[in-house]
Design a binder for this molecule. Structure first.
Ligand code: WTA
Length: 654
């Protein structure tokens, strides 16, 4: 299937001009305007970013130096002071947006709440005061493990307000995964809820927190702040656990935003890499604020009349940058939806768009492909005429899904922004500007102004047009990750040394392969490392392997992604059992369940195959390339002469 995708992409020649009426009112309204900005940024990046920072953000104190680049470590707006929550809230109380809706929330069971900027500001100040009351100080890390309810955004902004870096953990992660993240971050407090609604069932978040913290497993955690969402019974540990609504009742709504240095930590977000231990991606205040703000403004062409709905969970970077920070920093109205398309209502997304007259809709290709499956009649039964712009993120979008999205959801009226970026990049790096850049189905098009991208070989030499290679970024940008929490060496080796720096020129290694066509358009092909993207969620093979080998029956395990039509990829695990264990359906189920318990439901393997050995090189390295071919039933191509035991292949072919 992958091959078929690549071929269809290679043949893709359709070009869609930005609709004239869209361009007329767009912030960046022509290809020339984009090119002008791009050239300005190349000619003098520091002035480019400094002008934007001065125009677009409020600073308590101006910076002394725009960029301090000691490769591969960057500092932006050095010496400047600002506060993300101030930029998202306080300044909109006096710029005419006080009574404008900041946040619209729709719960899965159909309940809802809305907050004006004044109301959201008040809630955030109250929660910030409650955090202080519970002992959280500037610099203390706070874990957030919440469903998609307004308190998730409120909690993030409250942390930002008092300078306590947050680490949001996706509510679909297990207690075990939560524990290791809280441990690494040494969180002082955890904000959670009694539960949340997901596909007509309640996710028992508080129970998971209790399990993560059991036996003093995370000694740094002093308190758990619990939001009441579902009203179900949960156990409250005396002294440690407190109800948010009880403390809110007496909390003052006066809490000035703490002036933060530009390079003060704003948040840590754990993401998957090539080893079992998730990486704590570090984002700091000034650069991230500017980058999430300006990318949201230009790529989503935000206007005051817009209602922006990004369907990502706040547990992922997309939720950080384009549900919460980017839109609110711009004074936009952002929409949060707790639920997911489900059997009882496959059209719930379209209901939300119709109900709230959403104008900008941003989702993942995996969702689009599942909508294609449920059929055109479902969206056709709703009024989607409010939409004016569509976005895609998280994995390559195949041209046929792009066309469906364009025709069926966008009514051939809405431009599509296919946005390429990563947890590490803080914001979108490659994407159309919808009023300026003509689109081609399946291409993320051109880099954002200030972003210098390229496709290179392993030595860092640019490859020719239409040649596949490694996608790299050649200059630092404000939204880039600063380091990996507690692991500066891993930061260096993971991102800046896979392609050896030459003459002090460092290339940021994205881990993606790509191709640039003769118009300079980027076509992202997929990961070149052991990161798997399942339904747009990012998981590491090694994480799943660690989970498997932790089971008593498993001696060794290797995990690969296999192309799958709707989710993009699915997980196939190759397992070698310990002596005394025999393969059985029951064991397959048990191992799948074990992975779910260790990581979360998103990591459930689709298939488990047993064998006596894994294909390895003479030096003992697992040959994942071979396993990938076996998993998808392809012939094993390329050099396998180093394979220790050819019989192994036959057995694992299934
Ligand atoms: C993939 C999500 C193709 C890519 C924001 C990247 C994409 C990884 C696109 C990062 C896109 C993201 N086209 N591939 N438009 N957007 N990716 O950290 O492989 O969850 O490296 O960030 O998603 O995933 P992450």
């Amino acid at each position: 299937m992958l091959q078929a995708t690549i071929e269809s992409i290679l043949q893709e020649e359709r070009l869609f001009q930005p609709p004239a009426d869209f361009s007329q009112t767009a912030r960046i309204n022509s290809l020339e305007a984009y090119q002008r900005l791009y050239q300005q940024a190349i000619a003098d990046p520091e002035t480019f970013w400094a002008n934007l920072a001065a125009q677009e953000l409020h600073w308590f104190q101006k910076w002394e130096k725009v960029l301090d680049w000691q490769p591969p470590f960057a500092q932006w707006f050095v010496g400047g002071q600002l506060n993300m929550s101030y930029n998202c809230l306080d300044r909109h109380l006096t710029d005419g947006r006080r009574d404008k809706l900041a946040l619209i929330w729709e719960g899965e069971p159909g309940d809802g709440r809305t907050f004006t900027y004044a109301q959201l500001h008040q809630e955030v100040c109250q929660m910030a005061n409650v955090l202080k009351q519970l002992g959280v100080q500037k610099g203390d890390r706070v874990g957030i493990y919440l469903p998609m309810i307004p308190e998730a955004a409120i909690a993030m902004l409250a942390c930002a307000r008092i300078g306590a870096p947050h680490t949001v953990v996706f509510g679909g992660f297990s207690a075990e995964a939560l524990k290791s993240r809280l441990q690494d971050a040494q969180a002082k407090l955890v904000i959670t809820a009694d539960g949340g609604w997901r596909k007509d069932a309640i996710v028992p978040l508080k129970d998971q927190v209790d399990r993560a913290l059991a036996d003093q497993a995370v000694p740094s955690v002093q308190h758990v702040l619990v939001v009441q969402r579902t009203g179900q019974e949960v156990s409250m540990t005396p002294d440690r656990d407190r109800w948010w609504h009880e403390l809110q009742a007496t909390a003052s709504s006066d809490c000035p935003a703490e002036p933060m240095d530009s390079e003060d930590l704003l948040f840590i977000l754990y993401t998957s890499g090539t080893t079992g231990k998730p990486k704590g991606v570090v984002h700091t205040t000034g650069g991230y604020n500017l980058f999430s703000h300006i990318t949201a403004q230009w790529i989503f062409d935000i206007k005051d009349s817009d209602i922006l709905w990004c369907t990502a969970d706040v547990g992922w970077i997309t939720g950080h940058s384009y549900v919460v920070y980017g839109p609110l920093s711009n004074g936009a109205t952002t929409l949060m939806y707790e639920g997911a398309p489900r059997a009882s209502n496959p059209g719930c997304f379209w209901d939300v768009i119709e109900k709230y007259r959403v104008t900008i809709f941003y989702t993942a290709p995996t969702a689009i492909r599942s909508f294609i499956k449920t059929g055109e009649a479902v969206p056709a039964a709703r009024d989607l005429s409010s939409l004016r712009l569509l976005g895609s993120v998280g994995e390559p979008i195949n041209p046929s899904a792009w066309m469906w999205y364009y025709q069926v959801i966008g009514g051939e009226r809405c431009p599509i922004v296919d946005t390429w970026w990563q947890t590490e990049t803080g914001g979108i790096l490659i994407s159309p500007l919808p009023g300026a850049i003509p689109t081609k189905p399946g291409s993320a098009t051109l880099p954002f102004p200030g972003i210098v991208a390229d496709v290179v070989d392993m030595e860092g030499n640019p490859v020719g047009a239409n040649q596949g290679g490694y996608l790299v970024i050649k200059q630092p940008w404000p939204g880039m990750l600063r380091t990996l929490y507690n692991s500066p060496d891993r930061y260096r080796t993971t991102y800046w040394e896979p392609i050896p720096p030459k003459n002090g020129n460092y290339l940021y290694f994205t881990g993606d392969s790509a191709r640039k066509d003769s118009d300079g358009y980027y076509w992202i092909m997929g990961r070149v490392d052991d990161v798997i993207k399942i339904a747009g969620h990012r998981l590491g093979s090694a994480e799943i392997e660690s989970a498997l080998v932790a089971h008593e029956a498993v001696a060794e395990a290797a995990v690969v992604g296999r192309p799958e039509e709707s989710k993009g990829e699915e997980i196939v695990a190759f397992v070698i059992l310990e002596d005394g264990y025999v393969p059985s359906d029951a064991l397959v189920q048990e191992l799948k369940q074990h992975v779910v318990a260790t990581i979360g439901a998103i990591a459930r393997p689709s298939e488990i195959r047993f064998g006596d050995a894994l294909p390895k090189t003479r030096s003992g390295k697992i040959m994942r390339r071979v396993l990938r071919a076996l998993a998808s039933g392809e012939t094993v191509a390329g050099d396998i002469s180093t394979l220790e035991d050819h019989n192994v292949l036959e057995q694992l072919r299934a």
